[in-house]
Design a protein around this ligand. Structure first.
Ligand code: PLP
Length: 407
């Protein structure tokens, strides 16, 4: 009996979820595992946000909410975009969904025709590709190497655009590389896109608040205001407020696009959980000091990992500009021989060696369409990260790097 439709053939389950499951399985077997696979803050949701959810439940906010978001949450998003991003949107230009992921899914479901091309700068958040594939679009992966700071350049964007291009996805600070764009970088991309008015731009700004070295965040729609009608700004509370489990994300864009996305959502999930929306509104409206505290902690951990990687032969890491990941280059390990005599041929070989040899769960760069790298999450305490880096250093020291059998 065949259950899965053919549209699922090319779709893979999320690599970081797969790695975390492998880590859980190893833990269940009694192995000592440090799971650096999953992308979620290790902090707890701040108390005032939890209190808002409690209050909402007690005061009867327990009915179906409006499909596109509660009045309060939409107003909180409108005020946030105005206050923090200098972007003016009305409530009818905003949708609230079950996480940023659903915002992206809704947008693709609402707009993609079969075969429409979507430009993704690799390395990219793996789900982008799978969402596009599941909806019959064609992902177009553009390699953005470490030498370019993992950024999409105007030249590469120009070369990737065809008459079939429907969307381009931008994400900064990025998952998995922590890539950041200067204001001029954003404007230069805008200059290319200005000439192609069939292209919509999805700007995933979910790591906006996790930005290091004193950088200031500029929204793509604020960098290129004349393109605003073609931009869908995607954001959410998962990362900034340690609210991954509450599942609230939001999008802002042209009212016709938002209306189409809301129509999609009405047939899938209806409005996002009313209580979680009350919590998310409190997050956006309330004090922001916890967000700053989280960011400072992530920056300290970034520094720790960068310093440790610099001392490990075969690994490379330029300091990520934001987010809570380190995409570590492992070209120097490819071809190395493990103590068991196996040869590490790919970054997936490297991550499975790290898991079996030292209990470190990391995600191979192939999951983000750029190899050879592996991603570790830095959303773990400094003690855990120090232990993890000790283990990685010890595992690499056990490799025979000189006896490469690859030609
Ligand atoms: C770049 C990026 N966008 C979107 C998401 C999804 O976030 P949410 O929890 O709001 O669905 C993630 C989560 O890992 C992400 O890394």
């Amino acid at each position: 009996m065949k259950f899965a439709a053919s549209r699922l053939n090319s779709v893979k389950p999320s690599a970081s979820a797969w790695v975390s499951q492998a880590a859980k399985d190893a833990k269940a077997r009694g192995e000592d595992v440090i799971d650096l696979g999953l992308g979620e803050p290790d902090f707890d949701t701040p108390d005032h946000i939890k209190a808002a959810a409690h209050q909402a439940a007690l005061t009867g906010e327990t009915k179906y909410p409006p499909t596109g978001g509660t009045t309060r949450m939409k107003a909180a998003v409108v005020a946030k975009l105005q206050r923090e991003n200098a972007l003016d949107y009305g409530p009818d230009q905003v949708i609230v969904s079950n996480g940023a992921k659903q915002v992206i899914f809704n947008a693709m479901m609402a707009t993609l025709e079969p075969g429409d091309e979507v430009i993704l700068g690799a390395p990219y958040f793996g789900q982008y590709k799978d969402i596009v594939l599941i909806l019959g679009g064609t992902p177009v992966s553009v390699t953005c190497p470490a030498g370019d700071g993992f950024r999409l350049t105007p030249e590469k964007l120009t070369n990737a655009i065809t008459s079939g291009t429907r969307w381009i996805f931008l994400n900064f600070p990025s998952n998995p590389a922590g890539a950041v764009y200067s204001d001029d970088d954003l404007r230069a991309l805008g200059d290319v896109l200005r000439d192609h008015d069939q292209i919509l731009i999805l700007s995933d700004e979910i790591y906006e608040h996790i930005l290091f070295d004193g950088r200031r965040f500029l929204s793509f729609a604020a960098a290129c205001p004349d393109l605003k009608d073609r931009i869908l700004t995607v954001n959410g509370v998962s990362k900034a407020y340690a609210m991954t489990g509450w599942r609230i994300g939001y999008g802002a864009g042209h009212r016709a696009l938002i209306a189409a996305m809301t129509k999609v959502q009405s047939q899938i999930s209806s409005g996002a959980c009313s209580i979680a929306q009350a919590a998310a509104a409190a997050a956006l409206e309330g004090p922001q000091d916890e967000v700053r505290r989280f960011c400072a902690a992530f920056e300290g951990r970034r520094d720790l990992v960068v310093a440790r990687v610099a001392d490990i032969p075969g690994l490379t890491l330029d300091p990520p500009g934001g987010a809570f990941y380190a995409l570590i280059g492992c070209a120097g390990l490819i071809g190395a021989k493990t103590p068991d005599g196996a040869i590490l041929r790919t970054d997936a070989d490297v991550t499975s060696y790290l898991l079996t040899a030292t209990g470190i769960a990391a995600v191979p760069g192939s999951a983000y369409d750029l190899s050879p790298f592996f991603r570790i999450s830095t959303a773990a305490s400094e003690a855990v990260l120090t232990n993890a880096m000790d283990r990685i250093a010890a595992a690499v020291a056990q490799l025979n790097l000189s006896e490469s059998e690859l030609t």
